[in-house]
Design a protein around this ligand. Structure first.
Ligand SMILES: [Fe+2]
Length: 271
């Protein structure tokens, strides 16, 4: 199983060379799926979102998408209040945005972005108890042996070494509950920073880099997720420098409690 994890494409200030390189990498390596964890646009403009949707639909792999805080009408108060997700939903037509179950994985999306909040910084994320409960129930639908993946834009656990500081409201509570519901892998973005760390012994939390000009502390980057053995998750960070993909690091994490797969069968994913 091989998944490519992209995030923070930020069409409007996208890095065209990085997008081209990532698309080429996907065409050549043929991952089973591409997961995009939000912030596909810069300002939530219709033109930006549609361009991002067109680009994702042009990838040679099934794509799954969850939105980020930049995917609402960013500087339009009326839009934030009245139709925060309409443009995003139009742009995402033909792309998987609901929970996705196959024999090899269950991917459960949770929208942690908010059109407005009772706090100063509306860019920050939140996961409610209701969202956690719905996602937990969805995880229960996973087939035996399928890797149970939760995708969000904002990391539920904010890495200490992240280039920006922040907090996802309800994040740690949600993380704990979702692990109790069987989640084994958390994929997120927002930080423009690639990281991977175990959460206790049963789950791994991964953030991926950006494919936009808004780089922070590292070049444009994306991540590749593999499952070489049922208990092992491998993460590879790919940097894109001057339009060329370079493997920056590969790490392997062993999880306790992953069920044993009798047959690591070929995946035949349907969107
Ligand atoms: Fe973001």
């Amino acid at each position: 199983m091989q998944l490519v994890h992209l995030t923070d494409l930020h069409f409007g200030c996208e890095d065209k060379a990085a997008l081209h390189a990532a698309k080429k990498y996907i065409a050549e390596t043929k991952p089973d799926a591409v997961i995009v964890t939000g912030d596909i646009s810069k300002d939530g403009l219709e033109s930006e979102l549609m361009a991002a949707g067109d680009w994702m639909r042009g990838l040679e792999a099934p794509v799954m998408l969850t939105p980020g805080n930049h995917d609402v009408p960013y500087y339009e108060m009326l839009g934030r209040l009245l139709y925060p997700w309409d443009r995003f939903e139009r742009a995402a037509v033909g792309i998987q945005t609901e929970a996705w179950h196959t024999p090899l994985w269950s991917i459960v999306p949770i929208n942690t972005a908010r059109a407005w909040q009772f706090r100063f910084n509306w860019a920050q994320g939140e996961i409610s108890r209701g969202q956690t409960a719905i996602a937990g129930a969805e995880l229960q639908r996973a087939q035996e042996g399928a890797l149970r993946i939760v995708i969000t834009h904002h990391p539920l656990d904010w890495p200490n070494d992240a280039p920006i500081k922040g907090l996802t409201r309800g994040g740690l509570r949600g993380l704990e509950k979702l692990i109790d519901s069987g989640a084994e892998l958390f994929l997120s973005g927002h930080l423009h920073f690639a990281s991977a760390r175990l959460v206790g012994t049963r789950a791994l939390s991964v953030t991926s880099g950006t494919l936009s000009q808004r780089v922070r502390h590292e070049p444009c980057a994306f991540s590749v997720i593999r499952r070489p053995e049922p208990q092992v998750i491998e993460t590879e960070v790919i940097h894109i420098v001057q339009g060329v993909c370079q493997s920056a690091s590969t790490r392997r994490f062993t999880l306790a409690g992953l069920p044993h797969l009798d047959q690591p069968a070929e995946i035949h994913a349907q969107v």
